[in-house]
Design a binder for this molecule. Structure first.
Ligand SMILES: Cc1ncc(C[n+]2csc(CCOP(=O)(O)OP(=O)(O)O)c2C)c(N)n1
Length: 258
C-alpha cells in the first residue's frame, strides 16, 4: 500500500512507460512499510539525487530531499550523514552519475563503509542527455557518442563492490516492484554502506526490457557473508543474470569510528 502523503504535485516528466516509475512506486511502498512499522521516521530520512532522469525521482517524493551536482550525489550523502548521523541517507544515482562522473566517490564510500544507501538506476546509457555510452554500456553499443559502436569493455559494479568488501551488495530489476521494494527495505535497514544496482532499461535510448526479462533470475533470500560464496552467487550462470542480495556483513561504519 502506498502512502499518498509521499506524492508531490510535480508533473512527472519521465517518458511514458519508463521503468523509473516502477522504482518510484517500489521506493514509496518501501518507505511506507518501514514508517508504518515504526522502523524509521519520515522526518529522519533524506533522499538525495544526482543529475539525470533518475535524479527527477526526488521531485516526486514528499520528504526531505537534496539534488546534488552530476557525479556528486555520494559526497553529498556522506556530508549529510557526517553532519547528522541520526539521519537515514538514501541516494538515487545513475550509471553515468555513479560509475562515470562519480566513480571515485563510489569506491571510497564503499571501502570506508559510510552509513548511506545508494540506489543506482542502471540503464547502461546517459539518458537525460539523449543516449551516450556509459561504463556499463555493452561493447558495440551504438549511441550519440559512439555511432560506430562502443569499443570499451563494460565493467561490473557488483564485482567492484565485492572487491571493496562493501557491506551490502544487491542487484534488482526495476520491472519487478515487489522484489525491488523488499531489497530497498533491506538496504535501508542495513547499518553501513548499502549498494543496490537497479537494472532500469531505458525504453527510449536503449530498450533492453526483453533482453533482461529473458535472462534475470532471483537467487535465494539469504545473502552470503563470505566473499567466496558471494562470488558463486554473482557468477553468470549460462548467460543468465542473477538478482537479489549477494553479500551482507556487519562491520563498523565510517561515522561510528570518527
Ligand atoms: C559535470 C557535468 N557533466 C555533464 C553534465 C551533463 N549531464 C546531465 S545529465 C547527464 C546524463 C546522466 O546520465 P545518468 O547518470 O546515467 O542518468 P540517467 O539520465 O540515465 O538517469 C549528463 C552527462 C552535467 N550536468 N554536469
Amino acid at each position: 500500500m502506498i502512502n499518498q502523503d509521499l506524492n508531490t504535485k510535480a508533473k512527472i516528466t519521465w517518458c511514458p512507460g519508463c521503468p523509473n516509475f516502477q522504482i518510484l512506486v517500489a521506493f514509496r511502498e518501501a518507505i511506507t512499510e518501514l514508517t508504518s512499522q515504526n522502523k524509521i521516521k519520515i522526518e529522519n530520512i533524506v533522499a538525495t539525487a544526482g543529475i539525470g532522469c533518475h535524479g527527477k525521482i526526488v521531485e516526486y517524493l514528499n520528504m526531505n530531499t537534496f539534488t546534488s551536482l552530476h557525479g556528486r550525489s555520494i559526497p553529498t550523502m556522506t556530508g549529510i550523514k557526517t553532519a547528522n548521523p541520526n539521519l537515514t541517507v538514501i541516494g538515487f544515482s545513475g550509471d553515468g552519475d555513479a560509475y562515470a562522473e562519480g566513480m571515485e566517490h563510489l569506491i571510497h564510500a564503499a571501502r570506508r563503509n559510510s552509513d548511506i544507501k545508494l540506489f543506482v538506476h542502471n540503464n547502461q546509457v546517459f539518458a537525460l542527455t539523449t543516449g551516450q555510452a556509459t561504463p556499463t554500456s555493452p561493447k558495440g553499443f551504438k549511441g550519440k557518442s559512439t555511432p560506430f559502436g562502443s569499443i570499451d569493455e563494460p565493467f561490473d559494479p557488483i564485482l567492484l563492490m565485492l572487491s571493496l568488501n562493501a557491506s551490502f551488495i544487491a542487484r534488482t530489476f526495476a520491472l519487478d516492484i515487489p522484489k525491488t521494494k523488499e531489497i530497498m527495505k533491506r538496504a535501508t535497514e542495513h547499518k553501513g554502506f548499502a549498494f543496490v544496482d537497479i537494472i532500469q532499461p531505458c525504453i527510449t535510448f536503449f530498450d533492453t526490457r526483453e533482453y533482461f526479462k529473458e535472462r534475470i533470475f532471483w537467487i535465494d533470500d539469504s545473502p552470503a557473508n563470505d566473499p567466496e560464496i558471494a562470488m558463486q552467487k554473482i557468477k553468470n550462470n549460462q548467460n543468465k543474470i542473477p538478482c537479489g542480495i549477494f553479500y551482507e556483513i556487519s562491520k563498523p561504519t565510517f561515522e561510528a569510528q570518527q
